[in-house]
Design a protein around this ligand. Structure first.
Ligand code: UDP
Ligand code: MG
Length: 325
């Protein structure tokens, strides 16, 4: 590092009504990063209605490294993190929960691991201190499914505490509850992802912000990212495939109808023949699927071209020195 003012670490903390945890957490962070280079601590106030913001402003008065991003209303944890990532200037970015459940003492270990040649180091809350019925068990199942479907073998996607090399967040755009899928998206983009066990502590103040309905959102997000990753450049393969299957079904029942009509009329119940209706419905569905696929192809082109997004990611281009254009 040649630039002495360059920020080494950006700690990014989404805050929704956590007034009673913030001071202790801040103090723990200060201790944890004391051995690291320059750092900044970014709190994102995600529309808190308690004393969180004034508490943060108090903290900021005595520490110039503290930055506060106040969102206009509650946009959700993923959006808050996203705002923090966008404004973070550090070489390494470390998100962390504001409720004190993540232990800032883990930060140096995450950074050390990152520096051994990874782009993302994810925290694994091996010993979780949360309600078993509403948190730990659903999360176990969710993690198992996410690991199988994404092919990225992490034990704990939901842990906020992770370490990212800043560049690894650059091409990722977040929606819904998707912050937990960053390692999967990054890994699909060719980044090196690993995990280490981190400490997890019970919540000592404030209340959890989530109920069981988060499970459904996570599953829907999973379907979305899987679909986008696998087929976002070729949607016609999905819709066309489904259309083809419907068409096959339609022909099969159509032939069955003809068979019964001409070759086996005894078994044909003329006034109540479901196969004819089935054949017609499947035929219409097939046409719809194929047209939807074509429509999606148009959308995909708009998506990629309007954002100048390529369908590949280049790591670097190596030219020989004497090369002429
Ligand atoms: N959070 C947020 N906006 C929200 C919900 C949560 O910024 O709409 C923050 C919250 O303040 C905490 C973190 O996200 O710092 C994780 O939330 P919580 O502890 O409630 O989740 P849990 O640990 O129960 O999964
Ligand atoms: Mg929590």
């Amino acid at each position: 590092m040649t630039d002495n003012n360059a920020i080494e670490l950006s700690i990014v903390i989404p805050v929704l009504n956590e007034a009673d945890s913030l001071k202790t957490l801040y103090e723990e962070i200060v201790v944890a990063v004391s051995g690291s280079g320059n750092c900044e601590i970014i709190f994102i106030d995600d529309g808190s209605t308690d004393a969180s913001l004034t508490t943060l402003m108090d903290i900021q008065q005595n520490d110039g490294r503290v930055r506060i991003i106040k969102l206009r209303r509650n946009f959700g944890q993923t959006a808050a993190l996203s705002a923090g990532f966008k404004h973070a200037g550090g070489r390494i970015i470390i998100p962390l929960d504001a409720d004190g459940q993540n232990d800032p003492a883990d930060i140096p270990r995450l950074v050390a691991r990152l520096n051994t040649g990874f782009d993302i180091v994810s925290g694994w809350r091996k010993k979780r201190h949360d309600n078993a019925l509403t948190r730990t068990i659903p999360s176990r199942m969710a993690n198992w499914i996410i690991a199988r479907i994404t092919g990225v073998r992490l034990h704990d996607f939901g842990c906020t505490l992770k370490a990212y090399r800043a560049e690894s967040l650059k091409c990722i755009r977040l929606y819904g509850e998707m912050h937990r899928f960053i390692p999967a998206l990054a890994s699909w983009g060719g980044e090196r992802v690993t995990e280490i066990v981190v400490n997890h502590r019970p919540r000592t103040a404030g209340k959890t912000k989530y109920g069981l309905n988060r499970i459904f959102k996570v599953i829907l997000d999973l379907i979305t990212i899987k679909f986008l990753a696998s087929f976002s450049t070729k949607p016609i393969y999905v819709f066309g495939g489904l259309g083809g299957l419907s068409l096959l079904g339609s022909f099969a029942s159509g032939f069955a109808v003809l068979y019964y009509k001409f070759l086996d009329p005894e078994h044909l119940a003329m006034n109540n023949n479901p196969l004819l209706v089935l054949s017609m419905i499947l035929f219409t569905t097939a046409i719809q699927f194929i047209l939807m696929g074509l429509l999606a192809e148009i959308l995909v082109r708009t998506y990629h071209e309007s954002q100048n997004r390529e369908i590949y990611i280049i790591e670097e281009i190596l030219e020989s020195n004497g090369r002429q254009e």
